[in-house]
Ligand binder design. Structure first.
Ligand code: CUA
Length: 172
């Protein structure tokens, strides 16, 4: 009898785990695809809206603040490398062009789940300059293990102010 109760409890736990995973992997994206969200359409990211290529990278908007816009896709990041100053809050706005990806900034505890049709937003302050790899930590297909971007955190003195409309990446 005890064994049976243990087995049932294990089943419930497994069921809960599947349900909670399913919510993020299946239900949430489906809900957004069906129009439940106002997020960007993964199929037209590069054609219109906030995530067109010319709008990606680090921007000084609204004035006096910093926003980094990125796309995660199988199996890279656009832009591949972003640059931000140390010691100031940086707002990240990231979406996926396809699968679910999980960005983790190595050397920090910051991780971001990115889904198609949804804009994931988070604000981080990176204390010290450094180069951080951004590996994908969510299995997203055969190229998953090679999927990585880069975040360059530079001293504030090395980060010249962004002019309106300017978008900056690691490339000069
Ligand atoms: Cu993207 Cu794994």
């Amino acid at each position: 009898m005890k064994k049976k109760i243990g087995f049932a409890a294990a089943l419930v736990l497994v069921g809960l785990a599947i349900l909670s995973t399913r919510f993020y992997e299946v239900d949430l994206p489906v809900w957004h695809f069906l129009g439940g969200g106002k997020g960007p359409d993964p199929a037209t990211l590069h054609l219109r809206g906030e995530f067109v290529e010319s709008n990606l990278g680090t921007a000084g908007d609204p004035p006096g603040s910093l926003t980094v816009r990125m796309i995660a896709q199988q199996y890279d990041f656009v832009p591949q490398c972003v640059v931000v100053p140390a010691g100031v809050p940086v707002r990240f706005r990231i979406t996926s062009a396809d699968a679910v990806h999980l960005l983790s900034f190595l050397g920090t505890n910051n991780g971001l789940k990115v889904l198609p049709g949804v804009v994931t937003e988070a604000t981080f302050t990176f204390a010290k300059p450094g180069e951080f790899k951004i590996p994908c930590h969510e299995f997203c297909g055969p190229g998953h293990y090679a999927m990585r971007g880069q975040l360059d955190v530079v001293a504030q003195s090395q980060f010249s102010p962004l002019s309106p409309g300017e978008r900056r990446t690691c490339e000069p």
